[in-house]
Design a binder for this molecule. Structure first.
Ligand SMILES: [Zn+2]
Length: 524
């Protein structure tokens, strides 16, 4: 999401940045250590392998060095078989806990002025949910701002995930880009400045084509939200053929699947700037596309597969469209949604993604059907070997950072993914899509030490990954909370995930105290 999708890349240079507060330079994690041994975990390594354990994982500084199996679960462990702790080393007893690779959020906006969310708030919610890498798709706070936070995160001067910066096409250009030469110049300049890629929203075909090709030539990656304003002349197939590496959301895919029309069946009084129009009609889009498993549907899918194209569906960010009340009343809002962010979510003609003008049963049922068709495509894409990744697009539409990402995992599960397939999408596939799979994305010797550790099996219930954990009743008929990430390890540095959440809660409490804010029900 972002408001700028209302504009074409051509008038983007007119948009002035509104930047949020950078994260403070405070050392909050412990480590890295000359040697860190994580003892006795059950490992889900991210490659699609089933859980195995108990294991000892040996890390030196920020690298995984060795992973040692300790035999059958429950059998006595021979201490001789365990890796020895060296002088100055650190042991982390994780007996019976589960370890996974650090998660990758492929669609992570670092908040904005409209949401009033300082970077510390966003970063801590991500890290508290095991997210150790994010891709910022548009650099809404400006490329320099993002690159500065990226640098500090790389040096672990701030508590933040690794950052990949994909600048929105045209950002910072002194004049509208109208020629192929200007396009290539902007792309080269973007690479020179240190961006990792480009995020598009659409542009005239010759500009899109030139930009994607030039960017690819430079070895950078690209993604696109194929917004309605340009999708009639350039959809995901055009992008994939030109060498784009990933698509965001769903935009541009049903359009590539049309067989009996070339333009979405807009009502004649539709206005794209009216967000109720935009999102309501989007809910009627998948049923205008070729039906699942039809000849054209399969042909388009196979071509995208042959181009090694990544799909980053961001299911969660449209979840409110099919059940507004559920999303609005999610149990974490009171404690972890910043008042300014809550205000941004509330029905409004001004905020982006607050289009609840007249939203009810009819819109929600249409969106439920829309999801069924969309999910069928995504699941089959995965079944045929396609790369589907996990992006949250959070900070919009009642999806709060971190929590919305875990919801995304649940929605891949709903689409038909096995929980191990979900975890692979969240880890190894994200790393591949970023071109980083030699360094991150799985727990294997030689890779960077990015791990998520929790006290419950996330395959049995993905909800254990929510910061709030999941409701669970013990033998004494007491309701307790199970799960929530315990440790997030990035670069061999151990962060207490519950402490990060407590910091976020304090930020929320402080803002509430200052403003006297309470979550209320609109109009009641
Ligand atoms: Zn977005």
């Amino acid at each position: 999401m972002r408001k700028i999708i209302l504009l074409s890349a051509f008038i983007f240079p007119l948009v002035v940045f509104s930047q949020i507060k950078k994260a403070p330079e405070v050392k909050e994690g412990e480590g890295p250590y000359t040697q860190l041994i994580i003892r006795g975990v059950i490992l889900i390594n991210g490659t699609g392998a089933p859980p195995i354990g108990p294991m000892d994982i040996v890390i030196e500084k920020n690298r995984i060095i060795q992973i040692v199996g300790l035999g059958n679960p429950g059998a006595p462990v021979n201490p001789e078989k365990r890796p020895k702790l060296k002088d100055g080393g650190k042991e982390l007893n994780c007996e019976g806990m589960y370890a996974l690779p650090g998660f990758i959020d492929m669609h992570g906006h670092i908040g904005g002025k409209e949401q009033g969310t300082p970077a510390e708030y966003v970063f801590k919610l991500w890290m508290a949910h095991g997210i150790t890498t994010i891709r910022d798709p548009s650099c809404g706070n400006g490329l320099d701002w993002v690159l500065d936070e990226k640098q500090k995160s790389a040096q672990n001067l701030i508590t933040a995930p690794r950052i990949f910066a994909y600048t929105v096409f045209g950002q910072g250009a002194k004049q509208p880009i109208t020629t192929v030469e200007q396009t290539q110049e902007w792309v080269r300049d973007n690479a020179k400045k240190g961006a990792d890629g480009i995020k598009f929203f659409g542009a005239p075909p010759e500009i899109m084509d030139a930009a994607i090709r030039e960017n690819k030539k430079l070895g950078l990656r690209s993604c696109c939200h194929h917004a309605q304003m340009d999708v009639a002349r350039w959809n995901v197939l055009n992008s994939a053929r030109a060498g784009m590496t990933s698509m965001e959301h769903w935009y541009g895919l049903p359009e590539a699947l049309f067989t009996d029309k070339t333009i979405q069946n807009y009502p004649l009084n539709y206005n794209y700037a009216n967000e109720q129009n935009r999102f309501e009609e989007a809910g009627n889009l998948w049923k205008q596309a070729a039906p699942p498993y039809s000849e054209h549907w399969i042909k388009v899918m196979n071509e995208l597969l042959s181009l090694d194209f990544t799909i980053d569906p961001t299911f969660n960010i449209y979840d409110a469209n099919r059940d507004l009340q559920r999303t609005r009343r999610a149990e974490w809002h009171e404690t972890y949604t910043l008042p300014s962010l809550w205000k941004f979510y509330e029905p409004s003609l001004v905020s982006h993604g607050a289009y609840w003008i007249n939203w009810g049963t009819e819109q929600e049922i249409a969106w439920k059907e829309n999801y069924r068709l969309w999910m069928t495509f995504i699941n089959e894409y995965k079944n045929r070997g396609g790369r589907v990744t996990t992006g949250s697009d959070n900070g919009f539409i009642y999806q709060t950072y971190g929590f919305g990402y875990i919801r995304e995992l649940e929605l891949l599960r709903e689409a038909g993914f096995h929980p191990l397939e979900v975890i692979r999408s969240a880890t190894l596939y994200g790393a591949q899509a970023l071109g980083m799979d030699k360094e991150i994305g799985s727990v294997e010797p030689g890779k960077l030490a990015d791990l998520v550790i929790l006290d419950a099996n996330p395959l049995e219930n993905l909800q254990y990954l929510y910061g709030t954990g999941a409701i669970y009743m013990n033998e004494k008929n007491e309701v307790v909370r199970k799960g929530g990430v315990k440790y997030t390890i990035k670069d061999g540095i151990i962060y207490d995930a519950k402490k990060l959440l407590a910091d976020v809660k304090k930020m929320v409490d402080d803002e509430k105290a200052k403003t006297g804010f309470k979550i209320t029900q609109p109009g009641m």
